[in-house]
Write a protein that binds this ligand. Structure first.
Ligand SMILES: *Cc1c(COP(=O)(O)O)cnc(C)c1O
Length: 470
């Protein structure tokens, strides 16, 4: 499909609100009371020199403990540099050109450029993480209005309102009413007929089309039809796949959705944060009156982001996001995303073989053994992310996973046996398995596999190692 085919129809303008990233963590730590003038006057000049030295020190000297923990990341060095820039220093409540105070000239430039690049990245005509989804829901719904999303155990995301029979796990289901739709377990595909039937009865205000653990394409057209039938907004949450969409290697939700949200740190390869895109212009023509009904999303969404949920934006994240969005326009980025898709297919083909075996164990146990041999599972990463893996490498990854599953089976049996001998009341408990396995160093097969993984992965350089450019 050409990029042109993905263009939003004329008259449907999009705007973006970089949602200023996840507003938790320590981003708001302010300088302590020591800057008060009375205290400052008491300082000798040598104290000031020491302070300046402390402020100027690189992380490696200033905090070697943290430096050694951080080591590497897989976004680009350029993104990391922007993220660690002076953009971190300034407050800037409001939006470009409409701030609450001065001194935001460069912040405005960075945010406007970021918005422009976001629209370019997804080929939209116009101007301009989980919290982003909350901002969208709050913009469109009052408390206890209704939302439907894919159930978390069936591949959906927490932020689509997960709850169990006894607990509202995601607070989305505390603020709003949520009803999940699910997969057809025979085919593993989203059960669109079920969604349509439930939506017709439930009449949600929002239907979310988006997944965290679903390897098939979404039928956005079908989602659109169901939304039209029940008069719901279609919110496409493309968090996992936005890099693939930007590179145009899978279909885009923009032609069908009213609102698109995405994180910026998954396949988009940017800093940790999120974006919200919303439509402007004509929403639909009223069947009876033949009058055009306009979208009213811009005001409610902007208000929901700020001042509804956020104070000062994370300017360093916005600047870094602008860098990442620029990178999506390069041939290298498109080739990278095409490779990601091929690798996923290669891994999926090979994993079908072990999956067909009767297992009798769960993901938590395999996850632990994989971790002990050097593979991070359940976080959408495998060793060597961004390190030039190809389809053949992913066949090898599948082999390693297969061997780890076999090891897990053996250890699980031994752990259960030992627990039974000790007279444990529930010998199948995960904790007993984990205690039995320990750090894996006493199991010869784990030690062996771990060193194979380390040796192999060690042959792949990081993109910015001098080895990789030689
Ligand atoms: C990852 C993800 C999010 C955001 O999650 P954060 O943990 O807040 O980054 C939202 N929706 C989907 C579908 C996701 O996969």
């Amino acid at each position: 499909m050409s990029r042109h085919a993905l263009r939003v129809p004329l008259g449907s303008l999009w705007r973006t609100a970089p949602s200023r990233a996840v507003p938790c963590l320590a981003a708001r730590a302010t300088v302590s009371g020591s800057t008060r003038s009375s205290v400052r006057r008491a300082y000798s000049s040598s104290t000031l020199d020491n302070q300046n030295q402390a402020l100027a020190a690189h992380l490696e000297q200033a905090d070697p403990a943290i430096y050694n923990i951080i080591l590497k990341n897989f976004t680009s060095k350029a993104v990391l540099e922007a993220l660690g820039s002076v953009m971190q220093n300034k407050y800037s409540e409001g939006y470009p050109g409409a701030r609450y105070y001065g001194g935001n000239e460069f912040i405005d430039q960075a945010e406007s450029l970021c918005q422009k690049r976001a629209l370019t990245a997804f080929d939209l005509d116009a101007t301009l993480g989980a919290p982003a989804n909350l901002y969208v829901y709050s913009a469109l719904m009052g408390t206890h209005d209704r939302l439907m999303g894919l159930d978390l155990p069936h591949g959906g995301h927490l932020s689509h309102g997960y709850q169990t029979p006894t607990k509202k796990i995601s607070f989305i289901s505390k603020y709003f009413e949520t009803l999940p739709y699910r997969l057809d377990e025979k085919t593993g595909l989203i059960n669109y007929d079920q969604l349509e039937e439930l939506a017709t009865l439930y009449r949600p205000k929002i239907i979310v089309a988006g997944t965290s653990a679903y390897s098939r394409l979404l039928d956005y057209k079908r989602f659109r039809e169901i939304c039209d039938k029940v008069n719901a907004y279609l919110v496409a949450d493309m968090a996992h796949v936005s890099g693939l969409v930007a590179a145009n290697v899978i279909p885009s939700p923009f032609a069908f959705a009213d609102i698109v949200t995405t994180t910026s740190h998954k396949s988009l390869r940017g800093p940790r944060g999120a974006m919200i895109f919303f439509r402007k212009g004509v929403r639909r023509v009223n069947q009876k009156t033949k009058k055009e009904e306009m979208y009213d999303l811009e005001g409610p969404i902007n208000t929901s982001v700020f001042p509804g949920h956020q104070g000062g934006p994370h300017n360093h994240t916005i600047a870094a996001l602008a860098v990442a969005l620029q990178q999506t326009q390069t041939p290298e980025f498109r080739a990278y995303q095409a490779q990601v898709l091929s690798n996923a297919k290669s891994l999926a083909r090979r994993l079908e073989i072990p999956r067909k075996r009767p297992q009798g164990i769960d993901g938590s146990r395999v996850e632990r053994v994989l971790e002990l041999v050097g593979i991070a599972a359940n976080k959408n990463t495998v060793p060597g992310d961004s390190r030039g893996f190809s389809e053949n490498d992913f066949e090898r990854v599948a082999d390693i996973i297969d061997r780890a599953v076999t090891i897990t089976l053996r250890l699980n049996k031994a752990a259960r046996q030992a627990a039974e001998e000790k007279g444990e009341s529930s010998p199948g408990k995960l904790k007993l398995f984990l205690d039995h396995v320990g750090d894996g160093s006493s199991d010869r097969e784990i030690v062996q596999l771990k060193s194979e993984v380390a040796d192999w992965v060690g042959t792949y350089p990081y993109p910015w190692d001098s080895r990789s450019s030689s």
